[in-house]
Design a protein around this ligand. Structure first.
Ligand SMILES: Cc1ncc(COP(=O)(O)O)c(C=O)c1O
Length: 406
């Protein structure tokens, strides 16, 4: 895959007098000019509210918004685009399921299964639901290689299980779950619903939701070259029809009378108020951009980069890489620690060299506790990174060691 840094205007920026080396795409990706231009073009030429007006601009805005929904559906193998609900982000998508489906279906004595490596977005909503409704939250561990403990996973599922929620790709370990295999296990052992957090998967590899066998799949636009403020919930139509609305107000109604109201068709029943129209347009442009490259190529590129990063990082004395060392088993994130130097110190010395990485608990405190560490540094890669970025990271870490006299 040819790395096209020139499409990403921010990569021309100097940070602390150095060329920016952006290695924090797992937090949020940078945006190509094609996405920035699509948003700007929408506001310049088509801006109006959707689904409401007869006038030309409103029709154009509606076509742009609904057209984006179709693009997103096609990108993840969903045939019926009315099963794609636009929300603000992955977190909101999970909360929608927890409030709408969860509060109706999970009762005292029921069990909800999650893994210890979930992002807080896919942990706290289930923890709170379990506390509120008197259900039990069961937590599946990982093994020493950062892989999910499949035996423990299988054991955790029973006829009491009502929901199983797990990540597709871990934002800390990089672990790629075999989501089809996990879904098959759940479907064989129970009638539980399955929710998959695809926030770190959809931007980085081909995902065909129709082949997984899950019930809910969520992802977020800003990690896949799209703007912030737009995310996606996919659910089967049959399930979406049974779920009550999460938010009430305009757009989501069919008829409002003094004493009662009825709800709009899918997916609008779940999109109360004026949606993020420009956000959807930007996400549609991001999907176009990624489709042109081809997700197989994105994945191949990241395997190459991770392989190179793991090889170089593991040669540095004092660097401990978290998770599997096999690049085929992980996504484009490499979390590490440098001896006992705090990850924030590592990140701030790297920042002085213009290198942006993430440090801290990565919104995965249960995992940090499980691993027995307080924090970690994390470099994450995307289509605009190349091996020279890894070389700069390695030079930066050598500087960290020098400053701390390691
Ligand atoms: C695995 C995973 N799930 C969920 C999220 C939440 O995404 P958002 O903040 O866009 O809701 C993130 C963000 O870092 C993530 O890495």
């Amino acid at each position: 895959m040819k790395v096209i840094k020139a499409d990403f205007p921010i990569l021309d920026k100097k940070v602390n007098g150095r060329n920016l080396v952006y290695l924090d795409s797992a937090a949020t990706s940078q945006k190509p000019k094609q996405v920035i231009d699509a948003i700007s073009d929408y506001y310049r030429n088509n801006n109006a509210n959707v689904h409401r007006g007869i006038h030309t601009l409103s029709v154009e805005a509606t076509e742009a918004y609904e057209g984006a929904r179709k693009k997103v559906a096609g990108f993840v193998g969903v045939k019926d685009s009315s099963e794609i609900v636009f929300v603000r982000n992955a977190t909101e998508a999970i909360n929608l399921v927890a409030y709408s489906w969860g509060r109706l279906n999970i009762e005292k004595g029921d069990e909800v299964v999650v893994t210890v490596a979930e992002h807080h977005s896919n942990f706290v909503p289930w923890q709170q639901l379990a506390i509120e409704n008197g259900a039990t939250l069961k937590i599946v561990p990982i093994d020493s290689d950062g892989e999910l403990d499949i035996e423990a996973f299988e054991k955790a599922i029973s006829s009491k299980t009502k929901l199983v929620a797990f990540f597709h790709v871990s934002n800390v370990l990089g672990t790629i779950n075999d989501v089809k295999r996990l879904s098959t296990i759940v479907n064989r052992k129970s009638k539980a619903r399955i929710l998959i957090d695809g926030a770190q998967a959809v931007p980085h590899m081909p995902v065909d939701i129709s082949k997984i066998g899950c019930d809910f799949y969520v992802f977020t636009g800003h990690k896949m070259l799209g703007p912030t403020g737009i995310g996606v919930l996919w659910t089967r139509r049959e399930l979406l029809s049974q779920m009550p609305p999460f938010l009430f107000g305009g757009e989501m109604i069919s008829k409002v009378q003094l004493a009662k109201s009825t709800w709009n068709e899918l997916p609008w029943k779940f999109e109360a108020g004026t949606p993020d129209i420009a956000g959807a347009v930007g996400l549609g442009a991001a999907v176009d951009y990624l489709s042109k490259i081809g997700m197989e190529n994105v994945r191949k590129h990241e395997i190459e980069l991770v392989e190179y990063a793991v090889k170089r990082l593991s040669k540095i004395k004092d660097v401990q890489i978290i998770g599997s060392l096999d690049p085929k088993k992980r996504g484009g994130v490499v979390a590490f620690n440098v001896d006992d130097i705090h990850a924030h110190d590592v990140a701030s010395i790297l920042d002085s060299e213009g290198i942006a990485i993430r440090s801290g608990h990565h919104c995965a405190q249960p995992l940090m506790e499980y691993l027995g560490i307080k924090s970690a540094a994390r470099a994450s890669f995307y289509i605009y990174n190349d091996k020279s970025d890894v070389d700069k990271l390695v030079e930066g870490i050598e500087k960290v060691r020098k400053v701390f006299k390691r």
